[in-house]
Ligand binder design. Sequence first.
Ligand code: V47
Length: 399
Amino acid sequence: MKKAEPLNLQREWDRPVRAGIIKTMATHPFQTDDVRLNPIKDKVLAGQRLTETDALTLYATGDILAVGWLANWVRERMHGDTAYFNVNRHINPTNVCVAACRLCAFGRKKDAPGAYTMALEEAFTTAASGYSEAITEFHIVGGLHPDLPFQYFLDLVSGLKERFPQVHLKAFTMVEVAYLAKRAKLSIQETLQQMKDAGVDSLPGGGAEIFSDRVRHIICDHKIDGDQWLDTARLAHQIGLKSNATMLYGHIENDEDRVDHLLKLRALQDETGGFQTFIPLAFHPANTPLQHLPTTTGMLDIKQIAVSRLVLDNFPHVKSYWQMMTPKIAQISLRFGADDIDGTVVEEKIYHDAGATTPQGLRRQDLIRLITEAGREPVERDTLYRPVTRTETSFTVSV
Ligand code: V47
């Protein structure tokens, strides 16, 4: 009797990705039957800047593979096969917020059920609870609390710095900065300087939403407007704080609004060079006043990543944030323009309140697997994109 073949119990993802299994798109010739894309291809390959009309064409075309080919070409020229991730924890000190944005399911009025504000000690304990993973970044954002004094936020930052000196503090959106400045009766510049002095190392990209006044009036009426967001970012960059930038898409905006947003960010980046990463955020409508809207589709998510990479030629990084995009779309995005999928995150709240079905955190090895199976080389980074090398118990950052 023929002996049975031994069962291969090795899981698919434990096998090494064989070189050449996944051919980079760049090894295939560019092809499209959409003639409008040919002049755009010529510009991209010549390293020329795309115009507003080009960007609108990229949104309008149905040829996602051609747009993806171009974005991938740029991405590989900038980063080769490297795909970044980091080990971070989100801390949301309060969900109490006066803004009542229609886009948001996270914010609560002060006395509403579910409203919370962490005492400082509670925030420090929360920070410490994920620390076993040797976190390199705390991402700290929260609501616009009507009573918490500016000093609370300074003490939060300095207390975290004191307890976790090697962790980068990426804290407070431009919207929070502007609100705290108003409440503390300080200039934006002074507010940013005091935050920096207390230990803020850089700023996250949130609150940008969509700069268009028409859309902003509907989705986040009481937030600072687009120009104020950009002015605050400019001031942060001028005092040496790097920041990220986001764009919330997939609600009531149109292609023109998205292009306007990208071009405004590109213009500011020409001026300051202070942006590190652009992160398109797919709108999650559940539990928001806009919950009648459909969620984004995979095609739009992928296209948004690709168009961002092509238009934002002066942004070093485009992140496909797996919490928003799902791990599957984030992984595919690594071949459509993205070079980063963000981090372990640990305890994401903002999109989970808005119905996100993704896990609230992933482990290092999960991120590495996603990247490796996309045929990319995982590189753990710190917030400033310096490679992180780990041993069992510690990590070092290459400078
Ligand atoms: O500004 C709020 C968005 C942002 C919803 O800088 C929503 O590295 C979708 O900016 N559906 C905060 N989005 C998150 C953010 C971020 C995330 C990850 C990394 C970085 C970074 C920044 O989340 C808000 C808003 O645009 N948001 N509600 C919602 N229902």
